[in-house]
Write a protein that binds this ligand. Structure first.
Ligand code: FAD
Length: 411
């Protein structure tokens, strides 16, 4: 494949760059992060405003179809925009779940009326959506979802929802959520699931933020206590919840592939140039240089994998195992970068950015975030299982629950 921009891609890159020059400020350093001193609610508002400006300029959802407000662009154009945006001091994108997973499922499975009402406000950052899948007893295996939706018995055309979700990203700020529920416990676990969307301000919905080690609360527990959902808010057929969920998960894997900050190895090299290690310069230490070389090789390998996946998508083909491999290696590489940066600081490595200085914020964020990336969108073990079975052709895991009704499974 050709790694240089085609004529059209070069023209698109110029268009992105000139819009960004007119609407944002260039970063002074590659590791500069937006939003210093802002509260979580202020960062959310900044992200909504930036999403709205991008959408108005045609950069809000580059690969979405034109009739839905997108640009009908290619995945490569999306990458070009992100590369260019990476040079500017802009708010963090907090719409990855909303626009990258939930709304694409609405495109495929919701009615034209629902799409007409909801896609525009989501695209313009006015309405945020969350994804209500995981529960305390159902994460890797979403077939074990227990949140119940039961038909109303009081004459209303709708359902009553009871149960609990967990790890729901940004639920405290979301206007709407897509929720996977069990509607029929008498059939095998994946057959009795149905998806709905809910207004997060509905009576009976309680959102409890989970405080993390870094002081932030990006996730929430969400409780449903007798929440009424009109049947018009069902997404897909009754019993087709797993099909709807698979659409979202496919899109999640696509978006998780591209999480590597550009030129991360250069940041590591700069840290190494500045640091002392074992009484000498860190860069003179062979073990440190080896870690830098590993980081560089992994980052380059990931970039090449991404190019291969994008080439497949550009030719209308499904990407192969690239996305699974990128997910496993990418999250691990980010974590390795965090450990390397901390080791280079010696004893000062345990200090927080507010003591070490602004340049430490990227390290701090990646160190806290990378462990989560090895879990979100399928844990390392689950992705390796899928590579083993689907790519290497290894025998599948034994399934003792096949054909067994959900309510007959051991708890
Ligand atoms: C950053 C982040 C954001 C998230 N956002 C959301 C969100 O917005 N909405 C949402 O619904 N959920 C969200 N989640 C939850 C996420 O989807 C789950 O954490 C994930 O699917 C794993 O499920 P679990 O935590 O229940 O772990 P479990 O499934 O209980 O797994 C525990 C351990 O057992 C291992 N394991 C499980 N099954 C197998 C197997 N068959 N073979 C080998 N090993 C196995 C796992 O790899 C893991 O190490 C988020 C998680 C993170 C980290």
């Amino acid at each position: 494949m050709d790694f240089n921009d085609s004529l059209e891609e070069a023209a698109f890159r110029r268009e992105c760059r000139s819009w960004l020059e007119a609407n944002a400020t260039r970063k002074e350093r590659p590791d500069q992060m937006h939003g210093r001193g802002l509260s979580a609610a202020e960062r959310m508002q900044a992200s909504r405003d930036w999403q709205g400006r991008k959408a108005a300029a045609g950069f809000g959802a580059i690969t979405w179809p034109v009739p839905l407000g997108g640009r009908g662009g290619t995945p490569m154009q999306e990458v070009i925009y992100r590369e260019e945006e990476g040079h500017f001091d802009v708010p963090q994108n907090l719409f990855a779940v909303s626009l990258g997973m939930v709304i694409p499922s609405l495109f495929v499975h919701a009615s034209p009326e629902v799409r007409a009402r909801h896609v525009g406000p989501a695209l313009h950052g006015k309405e945020l959506w969350c994804q209500l899948l995981s529960e305390p007893g159902a994460g890797s295996d979403l077939g074990m979802v227990r949140t119940r939706a039961e038909r109303c018995t009081d004459g209303r055309d709708g359902w009553i929802l009871n149960g609990q979700k967990v790890w729901t990203t940004l639920a405290q700020f979301a206007e709407f959520g897509m929720v996977l529920t069990r509607t029929d416990p008498d059939v095998p676990k994946f057959d009795g699931l149905t998806t709905f969307y809910i207004d997060m301000k509905s009576p009976g919905v309680e959102v409890r933020p989970i405080r993390q080690a870094n002081g932030e609360a990006e996730f929430n527990e969400v409780f449903f206590n007798g929440v009424f959902i009109p049947d018009s808010q069902r997404v897909g057929a009754i019993g087709a919840g797993w099909k709807v969920t698979l659409t979202a998960l496919m899109n999640e894997r696509l978006s998780i592939g591209g999480v590597m900050p550009p030129e991360l190895w250069r940041t590591a090299a700069e840290l190494m140039r500045a640091a002392q290690f074992n009484g000498g310069r860190a860069l003179a230490d062979g073990r440190m240089r080896e870690r830098l070389a590993d980081l560089y090789l992994n980052a380059q390998g990931l970039w090449l994998l991404q190019c291969r996946g994008l080439t497949a998508l550009g030719k209308g083909k499904e990407p192969g195992p690239e996305l699974s491999i990128a997910k496993i290696v990418g999250a691990r590489t980010l974590q390795d970068f965090g450990y390397l940066a901390i080791d280079l600081q010696g004893e000062r490595g345990v200090l927080a950015a507010k003591e070490v200085g602004e340049s430490w914020r990227l390290v701090e964020q990646l160190w806290f975030g990378a462990a989560g990336m090895r879990i979100a969108g399928g844990t390392d073990e689950i992705v390796k299982n899928s590579v083993g079975e689907r790519v290497l052709g290894l025998p599948p895991e034994p399934r003792t629950d096949k054909g067994v009704a959900f309510n007959q499974l051991a708890r």
